[in-house]
Design a protein around this ligand. Structure first.
Ligand code: SF4
Length: 508
């Protein structure tokens, strides 16, 4: 029977790499994109070789990483191997084979440059009119860190371990009081010494935790925190904040640090506004971001928030909720359901996440409605956030524009799915906040570039990237193909950005 047969392995083959890489290959897009970036100005340093050999160009290393991050090849060993066996990578790297160590060092040594490159790309997309900055949706996703749950401690966990160790030590001491043969005694003494050593280690961690002022500490990656990864699954990781533009759902900015979103809104929104150089914008965020302080900061800075309102805590205890108390802004007082006027004492009280003013009335003492209103012996106390006006205005906006608020999910969530499910970005390979953000910046740069393939026809995108390469190299006259008209629309703005990179470096 006839079968389809391969070539004879002993046959000499003349191979043209150019012909082996498809015209719509991701490698070709990455190649053009990286050539367009002003890598030196963005802060990339070339990878030095030992003993005076010429260094690897940072452009080649960045191309390798950008290619790999879309193809689930993130570890330096996988990338090193790809340089030897993957035809597209061999084409992209022009046969260069940097070692895994070199690849890892390049990624580790350039965190600021990755950030600048991503931000440069975002401004370029704004110039290309692909980002309009009208609506920015902010959301977060979690990734696992290079730190196991076993190596993450809070005071409760340390206490539990020390209690167990103390019990064990006491047990060994009791056993040593009995008459034992020399062998058994030596064994028990050894076990006791091990537990004493462990106790010392936990005490050292406890001291470190105390000095850090944090509620938890990770011993392998100190910046990693215990986070809820999915439903009730807790692991050590990072909470990555991401801002996305409403026009083409492209990533704008990112950040990490806190385990939840409570204090991320104004930081992310102001950063996006600053980066895009716009005067006003809207933000869409879920309930986790609704904090009076941050809504107020945004409002004062020309940012209109649409953040899902949180129910007031008074709505859950079965007593009169705060909404039915009428506030008089002129007199700064409340009218209660019994018609009494509740005055504030003008003191501002600091609570965990906010500041409040308190309002009370003496009428509570003899009030018939008291059992429906409060269980407090001193009568009902209304706590009004000092940012209440901003909170209420935000609530009104969300209530009056439900369709607009619904855009939030469409703008942010599917990117996270692509990054995590398709490209395997469920964990980081790096340690430390800054280096983890290198991976995030790389991922987001790759995502935005991949998204351009969907927005444009691939050949159109290649032509646009080529034109950018030549423009930035200042030799556009050598490029004969017609340049896209859009490219010239905001040329001065982009070159201003280019010239101002140093300034942004300082800010970043
Ligand atoms: S208990 Fe106090 S606050 Fe509540 S309805 Fe009566 S008077 Fe008003």
């Amino acid at each position: 029977m006839d079968f389809v047969n391969g070539i004879d392995r002993d046959q000499l083959v003349m191979m043209d790499f150019e012909a082996n890489v498809a015209s719509d290959s991701w490698a070709r897009i990455v190649d053009l994109f990286v050539e367009m970036l002003p890598l030196k100005e963005l802060g990339f340093s070339d990878v030095l070789n030992e003993q005076g050999r010429p260094p690897y160009r940072s452009a080649d290393m960045l191309k390798l990483l950008m290619y790999g991050y879309k193809k689930k090849l993130r570890s330096s060993y996988a990338l090193e191997e790809a340089c030897k066996i993957n035809l597209e990578v061999i084409w992209l790297m022009r046969g260069l084979r940097p070692s895994a160590r070199k690849i890892a060092y390049f990624r580790k040594d350039n965190p600021k440059a990755f950030k600048q490159a991503f931000r440069y790309f975002v401004v370029l997309l704004k110039d290309m009119d692909l980002i309009d900055g009208e609506t920015i949706a902010i959301d977060s996703f979690k990734i696992r860190a290079q730190n196991s749950l076993k190596n993450n401690f809070n005071q409760k966990k340390i206490d539990r371990h020390i209690e167990y160790i103390d019990k064990k030590i006491a047990e060994y001491e009791n056993q040593l009081d009995d008459e034992l043969n020399a062998d058994d005694e030596a064994k028990i003494k050894e076990k006791k010494a091990t537990q004493e050593q462990r106790r010392k280690e936990y005490k050292a961690i406890e001291k470190e935790l105390e000095t850090s002022g944090e509620t938890q500490i990770s011993t392998i990656d100190p910046d990693a925190k215990s986070v809820i990864l999915h439903r009730n699954v807790v692991n050590v990781g990072y909470n990555i904040q991401a801002g996305c533009d409403g026009k083409h759902k492209l990533f704008i900015n990112n950040s990490t640090g806190r385990v939840n979103d409570t204090h991320a809104l104004s930081e992310m929104a102001l950063d996006a506004k600053d980066l895009l150089g716009i005067n006003k914008m809207n933000t869409l965020t879920d309930k986790g971001y609704t904090t009076g302080l941050h809504i107020d900061i945004c409002t004062k800075n020309g940012i209109t928030t649409y953040s899902s309102p949180k129910a007031h805590s008074s709505m859950n205890n079965g007593l009169y909720d705060m909404q039915i108390f009428e506030y008089d802004a002129l007199k700064d007082s409340y009218k209660c359901p019994a018609g009494a006027i509740m005055q504030g004492n003008q003191v501002i009280y600091k609570k965990r996440n906010h500041k409040v003013k308190r309002y009370t009335t003496k009428s509570c003492e003899a009030c018939e409605l008291r059992t429906l209103c409060t269980t407090n012996k001193r009568g009902r106390i209304i706590e009004r956030s000092i940012y209440q006006e901003a909170i209420e205005a935000n609530k009104r906006r969300v209530d009056e524009n439900p369709e607009y608020y619904k855009l939030r999910q469409q703008i942010t969530e599917h990117q996270f799915g692509t990054l995590k499910r398709q490209w395997g970005f469920t964990f980081t390979l790096m340690k430390g906040k800054e280096n983890v953000l290198s991976e995030v910046n790389l991922m987001m740069m790759v995502y935005n570039l991949r998204r351009l393939i969907s927005i444009f026809d691939i050949n159109d995108l290649k032509a646009r990237l080529k034109s950018l390469v030549f423009q930035i190299m200042g030799i556009s006259s050598l490029y004969k193909a017609p340049l896209s008209t859009f490219y010239f629309q905001n040329l001065p703005q982009r070159f201003c950005f280019f010239l101002n990179l140093q300034l942004i470096n300082v800010k970043g």
